[in-house]
Design a protein around this ligand. Sequence first.
Ligand code: SF4
Length: 65
Amino acid sequence: MRDNLKDVWENRFEFFRKGLDEMSPECSECSEKEFCAGGARHSFDYDNLRQRMCFKDTEVFECSY
Ligand code: SF4
């Protein structure tokens, strides 16, 4: 039996469509979330709902202003 792609997308991947800043308590409170949105998905710790690599205190953010 084959799965319907539309059904799979709409019903099984909702977790991955949510913004990381919505999932992480730390990111949801962050003043930089408008620019960062919780950072990269490949470095997000889904088990502990936190970003492994936060650039907030690095020169990357200092250079963007
Ligand atoms: S800067 Fe850090 S704490 Fe703020 S939203 Fe990005 S990853 Fe989260």
